[in-house]
Ligand binder design. Structure first.
Ligand code: PFF
Length: 476
């Protein structure tokens, strides 16, 4: 059914808890399980982690609430929702531009997010085949990839990257699944996926964390993650922590505006926003407590970088009892988290197409899903056939980065902070205070703190991320 531009979306969540689950599903993703432990490891652990937690609650939480507010008040796609709030606040409708920037950023992010999720899918296959062999051999609780040398295990990632057809196949399956869910709509697709996948995710996360605590070195891991050495907290590390807080909470891409627009009832948005922020951060910390005991127990380097999860962990699972089974479940866990995030990313441009262009949901999701798939192909070719391509080579911060890293860097360093900055300025300075107070349902005290954070602290901090991200030289 085509809808006239700007009209209220007919779709909606079936309940408040359905929204919370879907929003947690959007927030919890590769960012929590892959990027957060990677960054914490690279930046020395404790001090980074504590600073990150501060960023989440002082900057992230007010932005989460702001985005949900815009969606709840606007009741349509991000651009239309901002336009409506601006109109009701007697501000310029031009503010809706940041909804458009967000939708474009979400579209670009999902293109490479699907490629990275494709690597995870490949490891689900590798570990699944290994588990199957273990079961057939009558030894289901053996370690993973027995008999393979460390070099061979680590070499798998290079082999995968050198194989465009394999990368393409994985990307196709993942994007296809994302598109399928989004095309089925809000309650029939996104909500259903979240209600099935998120409980499974939490069971796996807690189960594997307990496993890591039993067979690994949880004491050392906790010390690494929570004992701060403030000298390691460089300006660069702070910048990464701020950026990661935005990415992990899915901010700046209008994702929570879009999901918020499907909320029908009037209920405390403040507690909803808090639940999402607490859940997302808990999952990031638990992921650290799941991964580092295993990595440290076998003497691997916690600062291995982006390959930590893909190269170090499969090797660690070799020496662990039950490693074949747990290794397989571990990659299934990441895959589940990635799916519920990628659907939220694709939903942002899809909702825009429905709300602003009057397209049908199937048409809109196919166009944006298909477009993101094509950009993803360029990303994966950047690891092999187009390995020398540097799309933004004229720009010093991107001069050395391949296609995927360039899109990741441009969205993360430019588009996300710009989206978040405009959101903060709009809510902090332009949105009607009465509408804001009534819709969020905050008490007077909480409202005053919220207003201070969103009007002053958020814009300042996000502007710093933006400037230091674009001109790393100023960090020394
Ligand atoms: N928050 C997701 C993660 O941590 O993996 C990434 C993400 C999902 C960003 C959805 C933005 C978004 F709209």
């Amino acid at each position: 059914m085509a809808v006239a531009p700007g009209t209220t979306s007919k779709e909606g969540w079936s309940s408040r808890s359905a929204f919370i689950l879907a929003a947690i599903g959007a927030a919890v993703g590769l960012g929590n399980i892959w990027r957060f432990p990677t960054l914490a490891g690279e930046n020395g652990g404790g001090a980074f982690v504590l600073f990150y937690i501060g960023c989440v609650f002082l900057l992230g939480l007010p932005l989460v609430l702001s985005e949900i507010f815009i969606g709840r008040a606007g009741q349509t796609d991000a651009v239309g929702s901002i336009r409506k709030v601006a109109r009701e606040s007697r501000s310029s409708e031009k503010w809706s531009i940041f909804g458009g920037i967000g939708a474009l950023a979400a579209f670009l992010i999902v293109s490479f997010y699907s490629v990275v999720a494709g690597w995870v899918l490949y490891y689900v296959g590798v570990m699944g085949a290994d588990l199957l062999q273990a079961i057939v051999a009558g030894d289901p609780f053996r370690g993973a990839l027995m008999g393979e040398s460390q070099e061979a295990i680590q070499g798998r990632m290079g082999d995968l990257f050198a194989n465009p057809m394999l990368l393409l196949g994985m990307h196709l399956v993942f994007m296809g699944a994302t598109l399928f869910i989004v095309a089925r709509g809000v309650s029939g697709g996104i909500e259903k996926a979240a209600t099935i996948l998120m409980p499974a995710f939490f069971v796996l996360l807690i189960g594997i964390t307990i496993y890591g605590a039993v067979v690994g070195d949880i004491g050392e891991a906790a010390a690494f993650l929570f004992t701060p050495d403030w000298s390691l907290l460089t300006p660069q590390a702070m910048n990464e922590a701020l950026g990661q807080a935005l990415f992990s909470l899915s901010l700046g891409v209008a994702g929570l505006i879009t999901y918020g627009s499907y909320i029908r009832e009037n209920s405390g948005l403040g507690s909803t926003a808090l639940t999402i922020a607490v859940a997302d951060t808990s999952v990031a910390l638990l992921s650290g407590l799941m991964i580092f005991p295993i990595v440290l127990a076998v003497g691997l380097d916690p600062a291995a970088g982006p390959t930590l999860v893909f190269q170090s962990l499969p090797f660690a699972f070799q020496t662990m009892p039950g490693g074949a089974l747990i290794g397989f479940l571990f990659f299934v866990l990441i895959l589940v988290a990635a799916v519920t995030s990628s659907i939220s990313l694709l939903e942002v441009p899809t909702a825009w197409g429905i709300g602003e262009l009057g397209w049908k949901r199937t048409t809109s999701s196919l166009i944006f899903g298909g477009g993101a798939f094509l950009i993803g192909i360029a990303c994966l070719l950047g690891y092999n056939v187009w390995a020398d391509v540097r799309p933004l080579s004229f720009w010093s911060i991107f001069a050395e980065t391949d296609i995927l890293d360039t899109i990741d860097g441009f969205t993360g360093k430019v588009m996300l902070p710009v989206g978040a900055l405009l959101t903060a300025l709009f809510i902090g300075w332009k949105a009607d205070k009465n509408l804001l107070k009534v819709t969020t349902g905050l008490s007077s005290g909480s409202f005053a703190i919220f207003r201070f954070l969103i009007a002053w602290l958020c814009p300042l901090a996000v502007a710093i991320i933006l400037v230091t991200g674009l001109f790393p030289g100023v960090l020394g």
